[in-house]
Design a protein around this ligand. Structure first.
Ligand SMILES: [Zn+2]
Length: 116
C-alpha cells in the first residue's frame, strides 16, 4: 500500500509538472518577420519545433492528468494488469507507471511478439 505522504508528494510533483508544461506550451518562439528569406526559414523551423514540442507536451499532459485522476479515484499505484500494488520505488522513478515490473515486462514481450 502506498503511504499518504507518498501520495501527497506525488500529487504535488504532478501538479508542478503540469504547471510547468502549461507555461512552456503557451510560450511562443520569437520570430523575426521582416520578410528576410533566411529569417522565414528559421521561423518555419521554429514553428515546426514548437509543434513537435506541443505534441510531446500534449502526451505528457495527458499522462499527468490521468495520474492525477487515478490519485483522486484511489486507484493510483495499482497495477492495471494484475491489480497488485506498484512499489513506491518504481513510482518515484516515474509517477506515470500503470503496471508493476512483472506486468510491464509481460507487456513488452507481448509488444515484441506483435511486432515480429
Ligand atoms: Zn502487475
Amino acid at each position: 500500500m502506498l503511504t499518504k505522504a507518498f501520495l501527497l508528494k506525488t500529487k504535488k510533483r504532478l501538479l508542478s509538472e503540469r504547471n510547468e508544461l502549461v507555461e512552456k506550451s503557451t510560450q511562443r518562439p520569437d520570430i523575426d518577420t521582416d520578410g528576410d528569406e533566411t529569417d522565414e526559414i528559421q521561423g518555419n523551423q521554429l514553428i515546426e519545433l514548437q509543434n513537435q514540442l506541443n505534441t510531446r507536451n500534449h502526451a505528457k499532459l495527458k499522462q499527468i492528468n490521468d495520474a492525477l485522476r487515478r490519485l483522486e479515484d484511489k486507484t493510483y499505484g495499482v497495477c492495471q494488469d494484475c491489480e497488485e500494488n506498484i512499489p513506491e520505488k518504481r513510482l518515484s522513478v516515474n509517477p506515470y507507471f500503470l503496471t508493476c515490473v512483472a506486468c510491464a515486462e509481460e507487456r513488452e514481450r507481448e509488444d515484441k511478439r506483435k511486432r515480429s
